[in-house]
Design a protein. Structure first.
Length: 267
């Protein structure tokens, strides 16, 4: 089994400071094997905000997979936005826009979906799909395969489809060919876990889509601050949601999913 901590939408520059110490205490208690951060580390892509985010990341245990979000691209500095969109992210967080973690049980591959030409939308490019295809093809078939993006490939029914990553169906067809099991994303400050069968009907295939809320931002959009903790086994994934209850992050709910062939569904 692998234990994976899924944080998203930290939004340094717009955080609630009272959450930081309890969050780190709960993370240390959970002792994840891997920390995944699915974008929007900052509120306005300012150097100080990236520096604060980096200090926080360095305080977390274990290896990390981090991808940028649309808020990590400068909004008002048009020169930086269009010519150096992730310069500060690369300088302060990581220069690797295709991060990965692979061991004998799981393979976690990060993809940058943030773009300069849109304010909040995301996109996966043809070249990114091709690189992912090649990398997935090189992995041992028995590994649980996880793809991390900021913008989601699927959404719960009550949210607008305009927030989905562009070229998602093209990527999903490739994911089906190479047996991607799990998709992690953020962006909407909404927690959700379910399979992709309804939005992406592909014969014999349904990935598990896990959406994280915001762990630390004051922009909760009606949902309490939260993060996900995943317990990943070869044929079962348990998604635990920890929510802020005023004095600490406590287990709010949990869902288990099992795999039959290429289809993940609720247990």
């Amino acid at each position: 089994m692998r234990k994976l901590l899924h944080l998203s939408d930290l939004h340094f520059g717009r955080i609630d400071p009272a959450l930081m110490a309890p969050l780190k205490a709960r993370v240390e208690q959970l002792a994840p094997d891997l920390v995944v951060v699915s974008g929007d580390l900052t509120q306005r892509a300012r150097s100080r905000q990236f520096q604060q985010a980096r200090i926080f990341l360095d305080s977390l245990p274990g290896p990390r997979i981090v991808v940028p979000g649309n808020h990590d691209v400068p909004l008002f500095n048009l020169l930086s936005r269009f010519f150096r969109p992730l310069d500060k992210y690369r300088r302060h967080i990581t220069d690797d826009l295709t991060p990965e973690y692979v061991d004998e049980q799981i393979a976690v591959l990060g993809v940058n979906t943030a773009r300069s030409l849109t304010f909040k939308d995301g996109r996966i490019g043809h070249d990114q799909i091709a690189r992912l295809r090649a990398r997935l093809a090189s992995l041992p078939p028995e590994l649980i395969k996880v793809v991390v993006t900021h913008h989601p490939f699927d959404l719960p029914p009550h949210l607008e489809s305009g927030d989905l990553v562009r070229r998602g169906p093209l990527a999903m067809a490739m994911f089906a060919d190479h047996g991607v099991d799990l998709l992690l994303a953020g962006h909407l400050h909404a927690s959700h876990a379910g399979n992709t069968a309804a939005r992406h009907p592909i014969a014999g295939y349904a990935a598990l889509m896990v959406q994280a809320g915001t762990a630390t931002s004051t922009r909760g959009r009606g949902e309490t601050n939260s993060f996900n903790f995943l317990r990943i086994e070869p044929e079962r994934v348990t998604v635990e949601r920890y929510g802020w209850l005023g004095a600490g992050f406590e287990l709010a709910d949990a869902d288990s999913f099992t795999r039959a062939g290429g289809i993940w569904s609720a247990a």
